[in-house]
Design a protein around this ligand. Structure first.
Ligand code: UGA
Length: 434
């Protein structure tokens, strides 16, 4: 099948590469000429493990093409995926101007039946909105389908080639047949495709992300309470997760959830609720708890240094909002760095992948170390923000010799408390004894 993808951001690129990998001819459209030219030469504009190989393989096989010409791409395909940004507006609601702007152009340019598939995370009712905008520009028949994306950054290739489910919101038999054909390689291997109406599909995306954000936040509160009563959150987590109604995943406490999805989607769902006079009380509480959680280690660091951080040099390991990505959107690293700088501390940070993005934002307000150990030279303590694999089994003796104080504040519970005690460290993690 010929498929057009409008928008070559994160979701568009992964969706395009995946659909090409499944054997379709995929035409990716973006307004950014430089980006399109780079992609035509096989250069991928984002960091995502294993994506470049899949991308290059499909360009080579002539199944993946790039253009700035929407008309040309529209004429080639019956199915048009929209993978456009929906950034939060000032009030937290999703800004639909990109989605609706492209819908309008499609309405003006289309010359035959099209299925418009919305992959972006959009508020309930957007499919209907898109339908109205297109219908205001054409009398040619078309269908609008909602097909939310559930992939995780860092595991995008794995998640997109082996999704837990495919959700399709679609009320037309013609479009349903086309969507079933596109995803047949998945359904053939037993991956469920769940058809529903467009509104339910749109809400499924927000409900899934919000549920996971609540799950993490719940564990963060349990972890904080563990510290009060002397329980160990690792044990509680294992005990709870063994109930398969709860499950082991997304029960890891830490310094709050971040990234481009959970914070945005929780906010947007709260906002949409307000529009309907509906109060998402649980989600509002989740937001507040998460904001506090992000800097929960700052007062601990301050206490360790007798209430004064002036002139203290603090090493930070990890800047990305989670491992395996260069993304720093809503990353706890930024909240921590800003809070510590405000208290007069100096920061020396190390993150091989996300450093460039932080440099663009913070410039020389902080120092950047070339490797994880040199970050510790002359530092008064270490703060761990991201659970990068390279931090998992460090040389504790070397760390001790390079730090001024053997003190680690760990926002990701990377190490066994006993190991750190044996190595003579002061070790503060989340929800475990100090
Ligand atoms: C999330 C969802 O997991 C995807 O299913 C969804 O498709 C995506 O948003 C999206 O809407 O596009 P992502 O933002 O890439 O994916 O990251 P996650 O792996 O879900 O992590 C989100 C945040 O939660 C990170 O800050 C992570 O460190 C934190 N987290 C995750 C925890 O603190 N504890 C956990 O147990 C799991």
């Amino acid at each position: 099948m010929n498929i057009t993808i409008v928008g070559t951001g994160y979701v568009g690129l992964v969706t395009g590469s995946t659909l090409a990998e499944l054997g379709n001819s995929v035409y990716c459209v973006d307004i950014d000429e430089q980006k399109v030219e780079a992609m035509q030469n096989g250069k991928i504009p984002i960091y995502e493990p294993n994506l470049e190989e899949m991308f290059a393989r499909n360009i080579q096989a002539q199944r993946l093409f790039f253009t700035t010409d929407l008309k040309e791409a529209l004429d080639k395909s019956e199915v048009i995926y929209l993978a456009l940004p929906t950034p939060p507006g000032e009030d937290g609601s999703a800004d639909l101007s990109y989605v609706l702007g492209v819908a309008e152009k499609i309405g003006m340019l289309m010359t035959g039946y099209k299925v418009i598939v919305n992959k972006s995370t959009v508020p309930v009712g957007t499919a209907e909105n898109v339908r109205q905008v297109i219908a205001s520009k054409t009398t040619i028949p078309f269908d609008v389908v909602s097909n939310p994306e559930f992939l995780r950054e860092g595991f995008a290739v794995e998640d997109s080639m082996n999704p837990s489910r495919v959700v399709v919101g679609c009320s037309s038999a013609r479009a349903r047949e086309i969507m079933s054909a596109i995803y047949q390689p998945f359904t053939n291997t037993g991956i469920p495709i769940i058809f529903m109406d467009e509104k339910s599909s749109e809400l499924t995306k927000y409900a899934s992300n919000s549920f996971l954000a609540v799950k993490i936040t719940f564990m963060n509160e349990i972890a904080n309470y563990c510290e009060k009563v002397g329980a160990d959150v690792d044990k509680v987590r294992l005990g709870m997760g063994s109930d398969d109604r709860i499950g082991h995943r997304f029960l890891f406490p830490g310094i709050g959830y971040g990234g481009s999805c959970f914070p945005k989607d929780v906010k947007a769902l709260i906002r949409s609720g307000k529009g309907e006079n509906f109060d998402f009380q649980l989600l509002q509480a989740t937001e507040v708890v998460n904001i506090n959680q992000k800097t929960i280690l700052v007062p601990e660091i301050e206490n360790y240094f007798g209430g004064n951080l002036q002139g203290r040099r603090i090493a930070v390991w990890g800047l990305a909002f989670k491992a395996n990505t260069d993304d720093i959107r809503e990353a706890s690293s930024l909240d921590n760095i800003r809070a510590l700088l405000n208290k007069g501390a100096e920061i020396v940070a190390y993150d091989a992948i996300a450093e460039d993005n932080v440099r663009r934002l913070l410039g020389d307000q902080i120092e950047y170390a070339a490797d994880m150990y040199s970050a510790l030279d002359g530092a008064d303590c270490l703060l761990i923000i991201t659970e990068w694999p390279e931090f998992k089994n460090p040389n504790f003796k070397l760390m001790a010799s390079r730090l001024n104080n053997k003190a680690i504040f760990d926002g990701r519970n990377m190490y066994a408390v006993e190991t750190l005690e044996q190595n003579g460290f002061f070790y503060k993690s989340i929800g475990r004894r100090t």
